[in-house]
Design a protein. Structure first.
Length: 345
């Protein structure tokens, strides 16, 4: 016997919607315009997250499972589903505006308040830019944003104004080679920044950076720049959340010191030392440096075919509070120094 769902009291409807998964809510919203309006009005802000890479698939993440909305090739395939333990798929009709319009429809209808991932890939910049502008206007959080090594370089350059308005909270990854005259400055830094062609990332930006984790390849930093940054880091009160820095640059050489140490900078004592944060991002043979407030940092600078600075910080932990254990994966006779306790990377 059919049930007129819309005659239920709003409190009961809200509870029904709360128990629905993304596919069920979507199908309910497509029953009628009135049902869609009810879903939008009564949907609570859920701890669901959405992913969009500009193409014909949009993913909703729910408690470790993902619900993928795919563009169907034929009308007879609409609402066809494939359900698995962690990955679920449903073929649907995309609106005339394509994935960008579907994205907006889903966040409104499903009550989604944050974005897990957005990515610019080949041929997707127009769709991503359209969504990004709306997210910026709504001040919605984007946890991770990725710029791939796409061909539409000038389109991405034009998009960066919108990027500066976006609320990217956790990670920014960029694999694109920008033109030599490209310039961009973050208004707000995410927790992690990773850039594979970072010649545009200046020393002033590094000194102003509030990120926890920074990785810069093909940078334009030289010994003087890195010395300026590390001297600033040593001062009490600077870079309070900073944990990890990796910089690769062809301009790092052995002609001038960093922190009054000649390059290369590495620990030559035996046994060797490997330093990591909770077992991650290990640096082998670093030299210990100490901030004015007692914070311990571990520094290694290589020069040669791949000149690179690696720097790892252990906050507020003295050497007698560090765990030392024997380890074989770093080489014979290696001591691994790890930060104890639960700390966010």
């Amino acid at each position: 016997m059919p049930i007129d769902l819309l005659k239920f009291p709003n409190d009961l409807l809200r509870e029904v919607f709360r128990l629905c998964d993304p596919f069920q809510l979507y199908k309910l919203s497509k029953c009628s315009k009135k049902c869609s309006q009810k879903a939008i009005t009564l949907s609570e802000r859920k701890n669901w997250k959405i992913t969009y890479c500009g193409g014909n698939v949009i993913t909703i993440w729910v408690d470790g499972s993902n619900y993928n909305f795919n563009q169907a090739d034929y009308p007879e395939d609409y609402f066809q589903m494939s359900l698995g333990r962690y990955s679920n798929y449903m073929d649907i009709e995309f609106p005339n505006g394509g994935g960008a319009d579907l994205f907006i429809y889903l966040i409104d209808t499903l009550g989604i308040g944050s974005v897990k991932l957005m990515e610019i890939t080949f041929g997707t910049i127009a769709n991503v830019a359209k969504v990004a502008k709306i997210l910026a206007d709504r001040n919605m959080e984007i946890e991770k944003f990725v710029i791939g090594n796409v061909e539409e370089v000038q389109d991405v350059v034009n998009f960066m104004t919108t990027l500066s308005q976006m609320k990217i909270s956790q990670e920014f990854h960029c694999f694109l080679n920008f033109p030599p005259d490209f310039h961009f400055e973050f208004v707000k830094y995410p927790r992690k920044v990773s850039i594979t062609d970072s010649s545009w990332f200046t020393i002033d930006q590094l000194l102003n950076c509030t990120s926890v984790w920074i990785e810069l390849e093909n940078s334009s930093f030289n010994n003087h720049d890195l010395d300026v940054f590390l001297q600033e880091w040593k001062k009490t009160g600077t870079f309070p959340n900073f944990r990890r820095l990796r910089i690769q640059s062809d301009l790092i050489d052995n002609r001038s010191p960093i922190l009054e140490m000649n390059l290369p900078i590495e620990n030559v004592d035996y046994p060797k030392i490997g330093v990591s944060i909770n077992g991650h991002s290990e640096i082998v043979d670093p030299v210990r440096v100490t901030k004015d407030d007692g914070t311990i940092g571990w520094l290694k600078v290589d020069v040669g075919n791949w000149s690179e600075l690696n720097f790892l910080i252990l906050f507020g932990i003295q050497i007698d509070k560090l765990q030392r254990r024997s380890s074989g994966y770093c080489g014979g006779g290696t001591t691994v120094v790890e930060e104890l306790g639960r700390r966010n990377r």
